[in-house]
Design a protein around this ligand. Sequence first.
Ligand SMILES: Cc1cc2nc3c(=O)[nH]c(=O)nc-3n(C[C@H](O)[C@H](O)[C@H](O)COP(=O)(O)OP(=O)(O)OC[C@H]3O[C@@H](n4cnc5c(N)ncnc54)[C@H](O)[C@@H]3O)c2cc1C
Length: 389
Amino acid sequence: MDFDLNPEQKDFQRVWRDFCETELKPYAHQIDETGELRWEAIRKMRDLGLLSLQVPEQYGGAALDTLSASIAVEELGRVCGSTALSISAHNGLGVGPIVRWGTEAQKAKFLPLLLDGEHLGALALTEPQAGSDLLNGAQTYAYRDGDEWVINGQKAWITNPKYAPVIVVLLRTDRDAGSRGFSHILVETDRAGLTIHPPEKKMGLKGSPTQMLTFENVRVPLDNLLGEEGRGFHQTMQTLDSGRISIGALSVGLAQGAFEEMVRYAQERHAFGEPIANKQAIQWMIADAAVEIEAARTLVYKASWLKDQGRDFGKTAAIAKLKASEVAEKVCHDAIQIHGSYGYSREYPVERMYRDQRLMTIGEGTSEIQRLVIARRVLEEQRILDPVR
Ligand SMILES: Cc1cc2nc3c(=O)[nH]c(=O)nc-3n(C[C@H](O)[C@H](O)[C@H](O)COP(=O)(O)OP(=O)(O)OC[C@H]3O[C@@H](n4cnc5c(N)ncnc54)[C@H](O)[C@@H]3O)c2cc1C
């Protein structure tokens, strides 16, 4: 197994890192303070293919492999968590399902809008009373009326609605069919009866809008069904498997950004007559961070590589997401520790990174759910190896 980046991937990483350094890093503080993404940069991302990472060329996309997409999200996370989350959600959650399950008519209608550099995509799964347990808890419901679906319910904590022309919504289309009673329906955001609530006031990722949606007799054509009726839950699980690679990459980026800040500061700050970087306690934090980031990145690369090979990647994606998100938390924590009081100040980027990383063990499946997914897979594999048990 070879995770080394090929020459094109290395070139892509270099170009993309330069872009992030000039177009985002100097503005990350402002994005956090104002709660607004930098659209000037997002429009330029369109031309670099960053809004269509894995969209096939025939639809105007960059058609990149998963490893390159992970590199892109990592580089974004390294400089600006808010932009990274919104772009990751756009690509993986908003655009991805349309590319994968959309009809040609749906692709022709929605992809040009989603990729135009003026909009971002969104996927609405979570509800006020259900996140981890969508199967039992999700209530949003659609029924047929003539040639339309009529939708009622609420979604919560959704990334990007205020920029989305259309939202992929998971809802029940048959209340008695369990996991086979869910479908995905595309809902244009200008439909009557849809309310997009103001962005939540969050601890971090403040530039990335997170919003509640209320559906009151929202009518959309039957043609807006995305994929097969009754397959929405299955489609969601597949989408989340890929999404976990992306959140893993974002976490590695946040950890890498904080790591670079801690290493720089440790060499600049003096105590007891020398740079604190000379102190063993500081060196151990740096060494541990280097080891953990390397491990997390390797897992993210492995999950990306498995996906690109067309192999089963679900367990590795969950492992990568779990590890990388917990590494981001530890590294950002230690980066603040090394900065002392300055790390606690909004003037230093590690304070923002610490707040931004906090979502990573929650979104797209909490750490507890990742552990459930991993354990279930391990036990299944064990039963296959040893069927007598
Ligand atoms: C900034 C942000 C952006 C988001 N973006 C999106 C988005 O774009 N689209 C979307 O659909 N959602 C989005 N979410 C929602 C997010 O995915 C959910 O919040 C997450 O899945 C957890 O669901 P919950 O908050 O309902 O927690 P709950 O499911 O209520 O869980 C609460 C706690 O119980 C634990 N728990 C639950 N079940 C078990 C179990 N079986 N065993 C052990 N522990 C368990 C959880 O791990 C957690 O610690 C976003 C959230 C945030 C904060």
